[in-house]
Design a protein around this ligand. Structure first.
Ligand code: NI
Length: 135
């Protein structure tokens, strides 16, 4: 085990200290180690060809120019990867969508990035899980 020094702002330290107390950690080091492990695991990508399923969620402003149309076109262009999309009209102008994608990891990740990069799409999040091949 090695000891390192990191610099964090007060605000972040307060969040970490709350987490230490709430989760019953022995100290800050243990909590930070856990957070680092989770963060590093999450970013460990699957092989491009590996079959996966993904949950993509995002919020958008319905009135952003042509956005609903552009999203719809993107999904149709990749209908082979799209299993289902849940659309919630949050209020008069905002929509929340949750899409389930399935296919080769490389293509699924590419499509989810394309969706989240659309102008007007906010709070994009994607969770990729290994899955068996589609039958
Ligand atoms: Ni809507």
């Amino acid at each position: 085990m090695q000891r390192i020094t990191i610099t964090l702002d007060e605000e972040l330290l307060e969040v970490i200290d709350r987490r230490v107390a709430e989760h019953g950690y022995q100290g800050r080091s243990e909590a930070i180690r856990d957070l680092l492990r989770n963060g590093l695991l999450e970013s460990e990508p699957l092989a491009e060809a590996a079959p996966c399923v993904a949950v993509v969620s995002y919020l958008y402003d319905h009135d952003t120019r042509e956005l609903p149309k552009r999203l719809n076109q993107t999904f149709h262009a990749h209908h082979d990867l799209t299993r289902s999309t849940l659309h919630v009209h949050l209020d008069a102008g905002h929509c929340l969508e949750v899409s389930v994608l399935q296919g080769a990891s490389g293509e699924v990740v590419e499509l989810s990035r394309q969706l989240m990069a659309e102008r007007g799409v906010e709070h994009g999040h994607v969770q990729v899980m290994p899955a068996p091949e589609r039958h």
